[in-house]
Design a protein around this ligand. Structure first.
Ligand SMILES: Cc1ncc(COP(=O)(O)O)c(C=O)c1O
Length: 407
């Protein structure tokens, strides 16, 4: 049979992370690689109860086809929990926020369209956008978020700027209040639409992050949210909030994709959430992840060579590290796996020029004991793989010899 692939299929790539996750299935591997929430946080008992209740009281509707927009009480709950005025009619329940990215790509990107992303950015977004054949342009970023001068220079004709202001995947960084205000003003001034992805915003450790960009300019933004990190990813439920001008097309794209997200799961989530469940459940996730982050920071400070650097994320699941000069994270990975520890090389998260020295470490799925063992193993792998360097004493001897020679 002569199967001929569409041009868009040729552009699809396997997710590097999923490939690495296969390696991490090897028994005994300590994985800092996956973006998986800690299964300890899944509220299984609450779901068991909600599941029985939904089937008992609303079983026929729960198992029937349903509206593409989503289960009305859940859309209302989503509108109520967001920190700006949201009409439930603007909420579309999606099959994970990953589907939100896919729908946005389908309705906003033509082949050759300019799409702006942060440097680095979420790999799954690059995967969702790429089949639409855009010209993906990276906007330079610092610790506070996007560099606005660079953004302005690249914004002309762009369909949108994809932004992750809170505890970004992969870097864990958070956009400051000042940068949000300036970006929001700048985007409005340029007429540049924003796609704001916020699956980690509730997972702050000390103080909540500043208001979303969408709260500042709802008509200029599509906002994507998720139940994956506050309840469970296996539900495959997320949502988007879209301006009225976009909503009908997103809905049509959703209908073509899957008719609707599972009605049974939507009812279970609404049942679990209805009496303010998240208000006491989410703080338990924050406390767990904060203690895991702290354990990783302590282990890194204890184990790593001086010229390895990392940041201190204020929430979320990831920490971003940088290897010494001359090292590449992709080359380190097999050495680390030999020592039973895995991570994701940062290069996977760049739309263009990658920082080969960067790597992403998840601190939420490994136990504190595994974090200690894994970080020590990673530090050992770095020491063994680094380009051979003379000892400080040898270096001093060489410098002395050179000085003598020069005289
Ligand atoms: C930044 C970002 N956006 C979207 C998603 C997709 O989440 P989900 O489809 O589970 O809601 C993820 C998952 O890790 C993510 O990190």
């Amino acid at each position: 049979m002569n199967w001929q692939m569409a041009a868009r299929a040729q552009k699809m790539n396997p997710s590097v992370i999923r490939e690495i996750l296969k390696v991490t299935e090897k028994p005994g591997i300590i994985s800092f690689a996956g973006g998986l929430p800690s299964p300890k946080t899944f509220p299984i008992a609450a779901f068991a109860e909600a599941c029985a209740k939904v089937l008992r009281e609303d079983g026929q509707a729960a198992l029937q086809y349903a509206a593409s927009e989503g289960f009305a009480p859940l859309r209302e709950m989503v509108a109520d929990m967001l920190p700006w005025q949201v009409d439930p009619a603007q909420v579309l329940i999606t099959t994970g926020s990953q589907q939100g990215l896919d729908l946005v790509a389908k309705i906003l990107i033509d082949a050759g369209s300019r799409v702006l992303v942060e440097t680095p950015t979420y790999l799954g977004a690059l995967q969702a956008f790429t089949p639409m054949e855009p010209d993906i342009i990276s906007v330079a970023c610092d610790d506070e978020g996007a560099d606005l001068a660079d953004l302005t220079g690249k914004a002309s004709g762009a369909r949108f700027f994809y932004v992750l202001p809170n505890f970004q995947n992969p870097t864990g960084r958070t956009m400051s209040e000042a940068r949000r205000a300036a970006l929001s003003d700048q985007a409005a001034c340029l007429g540049l639409p924003i796609v704001e992805d916020n699956p980690y915003g509730d997972l702050w450790f000390d103080t909540p992050p500043p208001l979303p960009l969408t709260a500042r300019n709802p008509d200029g933004c599509v906002y994507l949210g998720s139940f994956s990190k506050v309840l469970a990813p296996g539900l495959r439920l997320g949502f988007l909030v879209a301006p009225k001008a976009l909503y009908p097309k997103l809905l049509q794209a959703k209908q073509a994709a899957d008719l609707h997200s599972p009605g049974f799961n939507q009812r279970m989530v609404a049942e679990v959430m209805k009496d303010g469940f998240l208000a006491h459940h989410v703080p338990t996730i924050r406390a767990l992840y904060k203690s895991q982050r702290d354990a990783m920071l302590v282990a890194l400070a204890r184990e790593m060579p001086e010229d390895v650097h990392w940041n201190k994320p204020a929430g979320g699941m990831f920490l971003w590290a940088r290897l010494p000069e001359g090292m590449r994270a992709v080359e380190l990975l097999p050495r680390a796996v030999e020592k039973n520890v895995a991570f994701v090389p940062g290069a996977a998260f760049y739309a263009d020029q990658a920082d080969e020295r960067s790597l992403r470490l998840s601190f939420v799925t490994a136990s504190v004991q595994q974090i200690n063992t894994g970080v020590a193993a990673l530090a050992a792998a770095i020491r063994e793989s680094r380009p051979s360097r003379a000892s400080p004493a040898q270096e001093q001897d060489e410098r002395n010899a050179a000085t003598v020679g020069a005289k």
